[in-house]
Design a protein around this ligand. Sequence first.
Ligand code: ZN
Ligand code: ZN
Length: 374
Amino acid sequence: MADKRDYYDVLELSKNASADDVKKAYRKLARQYHPDVNKAPDAETKFKEVKEAYDVLSDDQARARYDQFGHQDPNAGFGGAGGADFGGGGFGDIFDMFFGGGGGRRDPNAPQRGNDLQYTMTIEFKEAVFGKETDITIPRTESCDTCHGSGAKPGTKPETCSVCHGSGQQEVAQNTPFGRIMNRRACSACAGRGKIIKDRCGTCSGSGQVKKHRKIHVKIPAGVDDGAQLRVSGEGEGGMRGGPAGDLYIVLRVKSHDFFEREGDDIFCEIPLTFTQAALGDEIEIPTLSEKVKLKIPPGTQTGTYFRLKGKGVPRLRGYGQGDQQVKVTIVTPTSLSEDQRELLREFASKSGEATHEQSKNIFERMKRAILGE
Ligand SMILES: [Zn+2]
Ligand SMILES: [Zn+2]
């Protein structure tokens, strides 16, 4: 926690970066460090770091809190100081109040929320575009059904510890060079639980919890992108002593596609054209994510030209509509020509005087000037 990098540094941004800058920086770095692409041993760590920074800086409220408090956001729990001893006096209670129960004295019998779980799921390119419903199986800790989480054999109850009277803590006097100090530590009789189980539940051996493999139905919405995180409320680890379960976070990794590339809600692809198609114009079939569509190539199309197919991109995750598909055409120069074809091209060249086209004239002019050193 202590040497955590500044989120702005992680995303290589200045403090006044716009929401758009944050998004762009995240996309760029997430691509760079995605473990599917980047095989460096620290890529995954970097990827997580980038994701975490983005999660905070892309959320207006979280960002404002971060700007004010840095990594010591009081609403995010009192990170790192959990081990400090705040025992004695009311100090612990004040910390409890401000820091959400991070480091202070706690009732050992109070309900406790279960931990959050994280699951990484790799999905196909088109599944991210159109969404997917699937079942996943996750190992998690749940409250024991036999004893309902108490840890005691059915028909019996855990008894309040007679040493600490249920507080789970013991005061121990210690002689030090500075005098006698009262120290608070976990009760040795009940290991800080405040209760003693005489007859243990056979299913969970008294822990009140069992490991289970649980099947969970997951709905991935259409339009998710690589690195997206889905929260499945209440599907994390089970709570203790009647506390609520944690949440399950599903981190999505999207596989790349042979033909399509994605940037935000737009889809990009590259289509080869022959020299004659580009010069004379043509109508060609373009594969999109859902179907084939016809695209008119106007006569005289230059290599590198983009054509936009409206609404053929990715459905917008938030709001309505879809992105576009952008088709880049590339003119492919023929490589194996017959003598006939060569002759025709020579004839073509002599007839066109090589540079009739305005654009190519300009390029030739500029090239000549460059050769003369102008
Ligand atoms: Zn049990
Ligand atoms: Zn005790």
